[in-house]
Design a protein. Structure first.
Length: 204
């Protein structure tokens, strides 16, 4: 196991451990607030899941956009902010009865949960970004190449090779050989075509 791999997995383990403990405490605080404000029973116990689930769902959409180098949907940013605000508010209300210090102590697990989850997303984004970075040149004239870490990268490499040979793979061939959806195959073709024209995808 390389040093980078060991560091990454140690960080992931620490983040998951802290996030798990913080999530349990934050959940209990939120249940206490919700059940004492008109939503007892099953509804009161499920309500906090809606709040934290919103944070997870919005973060996953942002992660998917980052992995595919696409602009993050505005709705996901708004919902992430709303989820963070709601979980912080619920935890603050759980401790505000004990004064300002009690509110801070009660809010800390929620902040820890959100922070740890976002740290985990940062690790995943960084891993995806590094996987798509061209390998360093070994010397003058060495061609930079991408390591195929997923089907889209492998398809892009094959398309570049066949394009250079004068017989580029079609969209249907990319779909069949690499198991891509039509949208993914189209995205690969646009990326490689843009590269062959000497500009980045999305440039005018």
């Amino acid at each position: 196991m390389s040093g980078d791999t060991l560091t990454r997995w140690t960080a992931v383990a620490a983040v998951l451990a802290v996030a798990a403990v913080a999530a349990v405490i934050s959940y209990r605080h939120a249940v206490e607030v919700v059940t004492s404000h008109g939503e007892p029973g099953t509804v009161g116990r499920l309500y906090p899941v809606v709040i934290d689930g919103l944070i997870v769902a919005a973060s996953m959409v942002l992660l998917d956009a980052a992995r595919h180098r696409e602009k993050a949907p505005a709705l996901s940013l708004w919902l992430l902010g709303a989820g963070i605000g709601a979980t912080l508010a619920a935890n603050i209300l759980a401790g505000v009865g004990s004064g300002p210090l009690g509110a801070i102590v009660a809010a800390w697990p929620a902040a820890g949960f959100v922070g740890c989850y976002e740290l985990l997303m940062m690790l995943v984004r960084a891993s995806a970004r590094r996987a798509g970075v061209p390998a360093a040149e070994d010397g003058p004239g060495t061609v930079r190449a991408l390591i195929p870490t997923d089907a889209e990268n492998a398809a892009a490499m094959a398309l570049r090779a066949t394009l250079a040979a004068g017989n580029p793979l079609s969209q249907n061939q990319l779909m069949e050989r690499f198991g891509l959806t039509r949208a993914a195959a189209s995205r690969v073709r646009q990326l490689v075509t843009a590269e062959s024209n000497g500009h980045a995808p999305g440039d005018n």
